[in-house]
Design a protein around this ligand. Structure first.
Ligand code: FSX
Ligand code: SF4
Ligand code: F3S
Length: 314
């Protein structure tokens, strides 16, 4: 109770009311595919977590956009939320330590929480020439990944790069870059997107804290609650040519179809993600709503499979 009170106090100091927080919990619960009866339980997990799982967050070949998206933009207080429900043992971007001190922190955390920590990975791993194309502190991503990820309780890949290789794996891919699961031969939960929606990471972690297990995933390792449907199947622009009323409003079916971005290269029909429902930046908008075709950023093979971006798919 005391812990919960302190939590609401901290939120109110940041200008976030209990009502705003409950609204967020409602959105999160719906995103996770749970009924609204779970909202108080989700709120409880966030406000007064019974356990704070240790997290080691690794960064390999990437642009840090995934960290940025997670800790920076969605809600001004999401960083606090994540740091409150997790015990962040290592994260290069947000920790004060650097150089040898940082490496010591990583080694100590892996030793202390062997088999018990969640490893969140951002970025792809180079596999050619024994991984020589990517190193930190003299050790290859491949070495670090093999050593750290294999000792984790679970590995969550955040972003398309760690999930499937991302831009690093684009042709000609001289470093033999691959997603973490492929590079290390391990099973991972993948939260792809370039960058992914932070709500899908929070949902995955809350699922773990609330139900004691990781969410059900498809054969590409993606949580079904977030990646179970295609963008096209959830796109509001689709209703413009499938709804008689809209067709009438636009004058003809052809005119109504002009509102759809397919001919501008939209990859929505081949892309599985919840962007139209979850949206970005506090539910403000998402690419297609803002007038830009979906470029398929969360699919395996993004970039090669999805380029040229502005041409109709063959
Ligand atoms: Fe990749 Fe994430 Fe794209 Fe960037 O770290 S998914 S390049 S948004 O930052 O890995
Ligand atoms: Fe489908 Fe894209 Fe057209 Fe939306 S804009 S209906 S996702 S093709
Ligand atoms: Fe990416 Fe398409 Fe969503 S480009 S952010 S999957 S709309």
């Amino acid at each position: 109770m005391e812990e919960e009170r302190e939590f609401y106090q901290r939120l109110s100091e940041k200008g976030v009311s209990r009502r705003d927080f409950m609204k967020y919990c409602g959105v999160l619960t719906a995103t996770m595919g749970l009924s609204s009866s779970f909202i108080p339980k989700v709120a409880e997990v966030l406000a007064a977590p019974k356990q704070r799982p240790p997290v080691i967050w690794l960064q390999f070949a990437e642009c840090t956009g995934c960290s940025e998206a997670t800790i920076g933009t969605m809600y001004p207080w999401i960083d606090e939320l994540i740091l409150d429900i997790l015990s962040m043992e290592y994260h290069e971007t947000i920790m004060a330590a650097s150089g040898h001190q940082a490496e010591d922190t990583l080694n100590a955390a892996v030793k202390k929480y062997n088999g018990k920590f969640i490893c969140v990975v951002e970025g792809a791993i180079g596999t050619k020439y024994d991984g020589a194309y990517g190193k930190i502190g003299g050790r290859t991503f491949l070495e670090i990944g093999n050593e750290v990820c294999k000792k984790a309780l679970a590995v969550i890949c955040i972003g398309s790069c760690s999930s499937y290789g991302g831009i690093q794996a684009a042709a000609p891919n001289p470093g033999g870059y691959k997603g973490v699961g492929d590079a290390l031969g391990i099973k991972t939960v993948n939260i792809p997107g370039c960058p992914p929606n932070p709500i899908n990471l929070v949902g995955t972690i809350v699922n773990f804290l609330l139900l004691g297990k990781l969410p059900a995933c498809d054969k590409l390792g993606r949580p079904l609650f977030a990646y179970g449907k295609s963008i096209h199947d959830q796109c509001p622009r689709r209703s413009h040519y499938e709804n008689d009323e809209f067709v009438e409003q636009f004058g003809s079916e052809e005119a109504a179809m002009g509102y759809c971005l397919y001919k501008m290269g939209c990859k929505g029909p081949d892309t599985y993600n919840n962007c139209p429902i979850a949206k970005f930046n506090d539910g403000t908008s998402w690419p297609v709503e803002a007038g830009h075709p979906c470029i398929g950023c969360s699919e395996p093979g993004f970039w090669d499979k999805m380029t040229p971006f502005f041409e109709e798919s063959k």
